[in-house]
Every structure is written in C-alpha cells, then in structure tokens.
Design a protein around this ligand. Structure first.
Ligand code: NAD
Length: 256
C-alpha cells in the first residue's frame, strides 16, 4: 500500500485525484494539503502544509498546486525522503532546479499532461514532424487556467522541433511580414513551431496539432473532457516513483 498526500488538495485536480485515487487498489490518500485546507475526502484529512504530514509515513507526495507550491514540495520531499509526482504547470528554470536538487535524494516524476491520449498525441506528432513542411499547435483550455501556453503544447512543440532537427530540417520560417495586432501569429516556442492559446468557459484541456504539406494535411487532436482523464497517468507515475530510486523523470511516455 502506498500512502499519498496531495498538495493542492482543495483544487479542481486535487479533489478529482482524492476521489479517484482512493478507489485504486494499493493506493491510500491520507492527506489533502492546501493553503485553504479542504474538508476530508474518503478518509484523507485536510491540512494547511506538508509539515502537518510528518507523522503520516508518506510514500509519495502528488503536487497539483502552483509553481510556488512545487518549490515547497520539492524541498520537503527531499528532506523527508518521500517521492514526488508533479503535475503543476507553469514551471520556470528556478522550479526545475529545485526538482533537480530533490531528485538527487528521491524519485521525482514531472509531467505537464498525465492523460494517456495526450502523451500518445505528443508521440504521434513527433513521428509525423519530419514528413510535413509546416506545423502549428492550437491549445484550448478552461477559463481559469493561469499559465499560457500550456505545458503540454510547449512539450509537443519541443518534441516536434527536435524530431525535425534530427532529420536535418531547418527551422520553420514565418511568411508573415506585417502584423497589425500583436500576438496574431501566436508564440514561437522552438524552431518556428508556433502555439496559439484559447481560453473558453466550458472547456477542460484540448490540443490540435496541424501539419501541412503540398496537397495534404494531418490533424492530431486530443480532448480531455473531464479531469478523470488524468487519473490513470497519475496512478502509473505513483506506481513507478520511489524514494529509494533517485531520478528525475520528465513525462510518463517511457512508462507507457
Ligand atoms: P486550482 O486552482 O483549482 O487548484 C490549485 C490548488 O492549489 C488551490 O486549492 C490552491 O489553494 C492550492 N495552492 C496553490 N499554491 C499552493 C501552495 N503554495 N501550497 C498549498 N496549496 C497551494 O487548479 P487546478 O485546475 O487544480 O490545477 C492545478 C495545477 O495542475 C495547475 O498548474 C494546472 O495547470 C495543473 N494541471 C496539470 C495537469 C497534468 O496532467 N499535468 C492536468 C490538469 C491540471
């Protein structure tokens, strides 16, 4: 039995994970850690910070909170010998440094998207990348998402750019010579692979990768209709990660 605490436990993802993971064989959610501690869910108690978990014999901390929360989780897990799974997005170099440091002591898995379909769509996009002249990404999310572009779209753009470079292809040039409204051409994430971010009420998490070549197009689309879609991937990461095996695993592609 692995004993888990969820940081960001009062949030949309935290609550979905608390309910979903509690039903998983071999997993027990014992604490929901949040600046605004929630009521207990399926036996997991709500607490204000990880220090309240000292006596709970945790095996894994799952962080779906904020970049600031990730810093605290990384330090706490390293100091207490507890493995860490991070789903929080919007991480900068400082956060990655803290995760690298923690991974010298304990196992750490970080993924911008735990939905299996999203992981496969990144894999498929990298497969298609060398065979098309141009590619652009549209990511679409709910109206409460605070970071842009999405972590998934950044990872997908980098995977496409890397696959193109591996085949000796040059960066994609933008034909646009005049932009009358700033931002119209989206963000050039890497080597001319552009991402356009949409925020709409009613959406959860969606992404389209549009490839184009003379006479043909290919669209790879993934939809998370519900936060339930992230549970199987988080469960796979939790099953894999261990305090006894220090490592920093980026993404769960290699675990599928
Ligand atoms: P949310 O705003 O509903 O919940 C975040 C929760 O974290 C809030 O309850 C907040 O009080 C708490 N929190 C913030 N900072 C904290 C800190 N320092 N210490 C303790 N608690 C803190 O957000 P959400 O929709 O649940 O998303 C959370 C994160 O997960 C975001 O970064 C989002 O992009 C990411 N996310 C990732 C995936 C994935 O598959 N990797 C999927 C969905 C969401």
């Amino acid at each position: 039995m692995k004993r888990l605490a969820i940081v960001g436990g009062a949030g949309r993802m935290g609550q979905a994970l608390a309910r979903g993971l509690a039903a998983h064989e071999g997993l027990e959610v014992v604490a929901l850690v949040d600046e605004h501690p929630p009521a207990s869910v399926a036996g997991a108690i709500g607490v204000a910070d990880l220090n309240a978990c000292d006596a709970l014999s945790l095996d894994v901390v799952i962080d779906f909170s904020s970049p600031q929360g990730v810093l605290t989780s990384a330090q706490w897990c390293a100091a207490h010998g507890v493995a860490l799974v991070v789903g929080t997005t919007g991480l900068t170099e400082a956060h990655w440094s803290a995760l690298e440091a923690a991974s010298q002591r304990v196992g750490v898995v970080v993924a911008a998207n735990f939905a299996i379909g999203a992981v496969l769509s990144e894999r498929f996009a990298a497969m298609a990348a060398p065979y098309f002249e141009r590619v652009e990404i549209i990511e679409l999310h709910h109206d409460h998402k605070v970071d842009a572009p999405s972590g998934t779209s950044i990872a997908t753009a980098r995977a496409i750019a890397s696959a193109r470079r591996a085949k000796g292809l040059a960066p994609i040039e933008d034909p646009t010579t005049s932009v009358s409204v700033e931002g119209a051409r989206g963000a050039n994430v890497e080597d001319g692979v552009r991402v356009h971010s949409v925020r709409l009420t009613g959406l959860v998490a969606h992404q389209e990768v549009l490839f184009g070549s003379p006479g043909e197009g290919l669209t790879i689309r993934h939809d998370s209709y519900d936060r339930e879609s992230f549970l199987p991937g988080v469960a796979i990461a939790v099953a894999h990660v261990s305090a006894a095996t220090p490592e920093l695993l980026r993404g769960i592609d290699s675990l599928l």
